[in-house]
Design a protein around this ligand. Sequence first.
Ligand SMILES: NC(=O)c1ccc[n+]([C@@H]2O[C@H](COP(=O)([O-])OP(=O)(O)OC[C@H]3O[C@@H](n4cnc5c(N)ncnc54)[C@H](OP(=O)(O)O)[C@@H]3O)[C@@H](O)[C@H]2O)c1
Length: 281
Amino acid sequence: MALVRATRILYREVLPQEFNKSSPMNALVTGASAGIGKEMVYLLAQRGYHVVMVARREEVMETMAQELPRGGTVIAMDLSRPGAAQELYNECIKRELTIDVLVNNAGFGRIKPHTEIEVERLEQMNQLNVNCLSSLCRLFGQDMKKRREGCILNVGSVVGYLPQPFGANYAASKAFVVSLTRALRAELRPYGIQVSLLNPGPTETEFGKVAQDNGDFEKGKPQVMSAAEVAEIGITGLFADHAEVIPGAYNQAIPFLVKLLPKSWVIRAVDSWMRSRLGEE
Ligand SMILES: NC(=O)c1ccc[n+]([C@@H]2O[C@H](COP(=O)([O-])OP(=O)(O)OC[C@H]3O[C@@H](n4cnc5c(N)ncnc54)[C@H](OP(=O)(O)O)[C@@H]3O)[C@@H](O)[C@H]2O)c1
């Protein structure tokens, strides 16, 4: 078993760059135009993958594609629309792109009282963070299963381990990612598919600007890591076949504390921390 695993890891790490120069393997990254996803695009390209970039900002991705050693494929798409996952899958079939590595990274949050979040944004968040991610695992996972190989990296968050008042829907969407990914890892392992979860903590990206209109939540955020660091840890963890990757020692303590402490304490602590940061009564 260990030998099979080691061979697979070697195959996925070495084959794309060393042996398969004429026909590279393909990696698809959602949320490729900024932050963690953008850094992952460069890392996968360095490893020899042809990268399929998906996000809404087409121009940004076209510029990135020109910088990649093997070029890249740009698919500009709003993944928060119902049916987007199927459309993206169909587009890959149409372009004869076999996806060897799927990185479900696109996501956003809203940091404000749940009762004040625009309903439309709430539904888009669920569509992107939950429905699209799950459907892409379903669609590309089916093909990987037939080929008996493939890798899936889902990007969750450390808030997926705990309820987060004032980020309630976002944390709940990431709890879904944690649960789904753990289950899929077991379900797809017999078919040679590696499924990993990357749960970042605070990371310097555009996330804060999208999450809060005034961006105040970003200011003085503790233990912020760079997108490049987080991406590197995530991609390394995926190819090393790690089940769950949490970048940074501070963030790694979170699931441990959540398990150790009574639930009511954890929620109260997060609630008062969030209130103090947002200036809520
Ligand atoms: N930054 C953090 O502190 C942090 C912490 C934990 C987890 N995470 C998670 O890490 C992942 C990456 O976030 P990030 O921090 O790198 O944020 P980011 O800088 O805001 O990047 C988000 C990416 O997702 C894309 N995206 C957003 N909405 C989309 C839509 N409707 N359709 C298609 N693409 C869309 C964006 O591209 P376009 O705008 O061009 O569409 C962008 O490429 C997310 O899942 C996030 O929840 C972030």
